[in-house]
Design a binder for this molecule. Structure first.
Ligand SMILES: Cc1cc2nc3c(=O)[nH]c(=O)nc-3n(C[C@H](O)[C@H](O)[C@H](O)COP(=O)(O)OP(=O)(O)OC[C@H]3O[C@@H](n4cnc5c(N)ncnc54)[C@H](O)[C@@H]3O)c2cc1C
Length: 412
């Protein structure tokens, strides 16, 4: 059940319009309700978001934010992992490392936040088109012709943010030079041996210039009971922008799908070729996992930085402001921290502009640091290393020990 009452802001409370009802938007909405703001979230997608997405890594900082905004995570939040293992091409374990953490699914996290957020404040099928600012107010225009007016407009609309495009059009997602093949396997579809040897672990296989990683996550209906979970498989591979990437993004009809390609449009021969490469490059254990992926999908890796998070009465949070490559696994945590810091600053200062400056001073540096750090970690996967600096980081972070310790580290 969603909470539809008990969160009624004061009659004269300040109003925030949040664009984007994913992790950043929902955590921000909940945090602002908590300090007495009047909040509306507008989400472009129609219908269920919950079943989309795959694996995510959690951090203590995320749980701290959730606790502060009243979201209980004690039960069944995800799957606990203690040990990391790296397998050689021959299938031998070459390294192990104990690094306890909890992995879950994007859907589980979304469901948890959505359940706590009042239905009457969350509108779907509402696509922001443009906005304009006047003294002390901001007006959002939607593609259906409707408008919403607020004291504050929060851009939680992700890496391809419409709001950011209007404010800082030069800040565009940057292709990293590699893609990830991704997919999920139901726990039940793993053999007994795989269930024992692989499933409880965060595993790696590291062919030259590539990286496979796997870990258990919550199941289809967000279940975390034995037999109901899923295994998340990710294989990072270099893909030059003008050649390999274009080929991967071209469907059977010969159409290039632009920045990404829907799973059911990936050409069968591309999948076949990837499986052939797995025979050549991966451990027998990881090869079998790749064979078991029902619908492997391609995720081109992008990142993004901005020069400002605050533009008068508009604030950018989550992926709209900074998107780090996935190696750190901080996407969800960063979004939640942005939201919490914003509510903290707004709660502490009556003057909106002072509060927003405080927020920016707190979060701008952090967002930038995470993007830089994830670029260093991913440098050795890039199709081309353009600079001396990239080559330096590639050599620094490509050792098995570094990959195991730094990838999705629980310490952020
Ligand atoms: C369906 C889905 C599945 C995901 N799965 C994973 C995953 O498995 N693993 C992982 O690490 N990360 C995943 N992510 C990304 C992850 O949520 C983000 O990296 C991170 O949590 C920051 O979230 P965000 O809310 O800033 O951005 P996002 O999660 O990208 O959310 C942006 C939201 O804004 C909405 N939006 C965009 N433009 C407009 C507009 N003009 N008007 C109104 N709404 C708009 C989008 O529909 C989206 O819901 C997923 C995101 C989505 C939307």
């Amino acid at each position: 059940m969603n909470i539809n009452s008990g969160n009624s802001p004061h009659k004269h409370s300040k109003r925030a319009v949040i664009i984007g009802g994913s992790i950043a938007g929902l955590t921000c909405g909940l945090a602002l309700l908590k300090i007495g703001w009047d909040v509306q979230i507008f989400e472009a997608t129609e219908g269920e978001l919950e079943q989309r997405g795959a694996g995510i890594i959690t951090h203590q900082a995320l749980f701290d934010v959730l606790k502060h905004i009243g979201v209980s995570t004690e039960q069944d939040i995800g799957v606990s992992i203690v040990t990391r293992k790296t397998f050689s091409r021959a299938g031998k374990i070459t390294d192990t490392l104990n690094l306890p953490q909890i992995a879950t699914s994007w859907g589980r996290m979304y469901q948890l936040l959505r359940r706590h957020f009042p239905d009457n404040r969350y509108q779907q099928n509402k696509v922001l088109h443009t906005f304009y600012q006047q003294t002390n107010k901001v007006v959002a225009n939607f593609t259906d012709g409707s408008t919403a007016t607020a004291d504050l407009l929060v851009a939680a609309d992700g890496i391809r943010s419409t709001i950011r495009n209007q404010l800082e059009p030069k800040a565009q997602p940057e292709y990293a030079g590699y893609i990830a093949w991704r997919g999920l396997i139901d726990e039940q579809n793993l053999s007994k041996q795989e269930q024992q040897e692989l499933f409880p672990y965060f595993t790696f296989c590291l062919p030259e210039g590539e990286q496979v990683l796997t870990y258990p996550i919550a199941g289809k209906q967000h279940q975390v009971g034995v037999g109901k979970r899923r295994y998340n498989v990710v294989w990072y591979r270099p893909a030059a922008k003008e050649t390999t990437l274009q080929d991967l993004l071209t469907d059977s009809e010969g159409n290039n799908n632009g920045e990404s390609i829907a799973p059911d449009k990936v050409r069968p021969e591309i999948i076949q070729q990837m499986r052939g490469d797995a025979e050549r490059l991966l451990s027998p254990q990881h090869l079998n996992l790749i064979k078991k992926l029902d619908k492997p999908f391609i995720q081109p890796i992008y990142d993004l930085t901005t020069t400002r998070m605050v533009h008068q009465q508009v604030v950018l949070i989550g992926d709209a402001a900074f998107t780090a490559r996935p190696h750190l696994g901080v996407g969800i945590t960063k979004a939640a921290e942005d939201a919490f810091a914003l509510a903290g600053a707004l709660g502490a200062h009556n003057d909106l502009h002072v509060a927003l400056q405080q927020f920016e001073a707190q979060r701008q540096h952090r967002g930038r640091a995470w993007v830089d750090n994830s670029r260093e970690l991913g440098a050795y996967l890039q199709a081309q290393l353009k600079s001396e600096k990239e080559r330096h980081f590639a050599s620094l972070h490509r050792t098995t020990e570094a990959v195991m310790r730094e990838t999705a580290s629980p310490f952020v």
